[in-house]
Design a protein. Structure first.
Length: 254
């Protein structure tokens, strides 16, 4: 995708990677619409960052997605980039169903059904644009599992394969599919992660992502250097070592 001149909608971007990326993309000459559930956060973002548009959206709710999509497209008929950023991560114990079932259902609804419903809401519009991009967000954990987050790992593996598949289907359209694959980043995705030495500083991650988008406009996957240890373990032949190292070094994996 081109790094500037776009109109971009990023649902799930009132904090963390989503907000940091939204601000950096705005600074690069894009019109950016931030989406989220909490009206007070959206109001604060609009007040603190002039030029950023906002829309209320709950990506776990199909009706909310449809309503927000209509609102965004009415205000921004030139929208050409959708970033399916919204996601949650939960620590789970799969020894007993009462310990994990509700969590797993919530993770799958947010991380898998959410992006699917978002793409469904915007795909006809995006195909009518001369140049459009859908940015999906998987994870290094799509390729090597953290033992305490089974549903999250599985949801991000699903997003990886979904991205691969719809890229093939949409090859005859103007819509490109770009998969963003973060490593652990210092955000509040899990309690304490924003201060974890294991996680990559947020500003460093976003700077490297934007640099990759700029230098590799035709990239199918956006991978900062720190995620490649996880992404390519199987290809290198050291998958078992990668999994062991991941679960030994990350404080949530102990």
């Amino acid at each position: 995708m081109n790094i500037s001149g776009n109109t971009i909608f990023i649902p799930g971007s009132t904090s963390g990677i989503g907000l940091a990326l939204a601000l950096e993309l705005q600074a690069r000459g894009n019109t950016v619409v931030v989406g989220g559930r909490r009206a007070e956060l959206l109001e604060r973002i609009a007040a603190e960052h002039p030029g950023i548009d906002t829309v209320q959206i709950d990506t776990t709710d199909a009706a909310s997605i449809d309503f927000a999509a209509k609102e965004v497209l009415a205000k921004h008929p030139d929208l050409n980039v959708l970033v399916t950023m919204a996601g949650i991560m939960r620590i789970e114990d799969w020894h007993e169903p009462e310990s994990f079932l509700a969590s797993a259902e919530s993770v799958v609804t947010t991380n898998v059904l959410g992006p699917i419903r978002l793409i469904a809401a915007f795909i006809e519009h995006l195909q009518a644009q001369p140049d459009a991009t859908i940015v999906t967000v998987s994870s290094g954990l799509a390729f090597a599992p953290l033992k305490v987050t089974p549903s999250y790992n599985a949801s991000k593996a699903a997003i990886h394969m979904l991205s691969e598949s719809i890229r093939l289907q949409l090859a005859d359209t103007t819509v490109k599919i770009v998969e963003l694959e973060p490593p652990a980043v210092r955000t509040s995705l899990l309690p304490g992660q924003e201060n974890s030495e294991f996680a990559m500083p947020l500003d460093e991650f976003v700077a490297e992502v934007v640099a990759l988008l700029e230098s590799q406009p035709d990239a199918k996957e956006i991978q900062v250097e720190r995620v490649k240890f996880l992404r390519y373990g199987e290809a290198r032949g050291d998958y078992d070592q990668v999994v062991a190292t991941l679960n030994a070094s990350d404080p949530h994996g102990k």
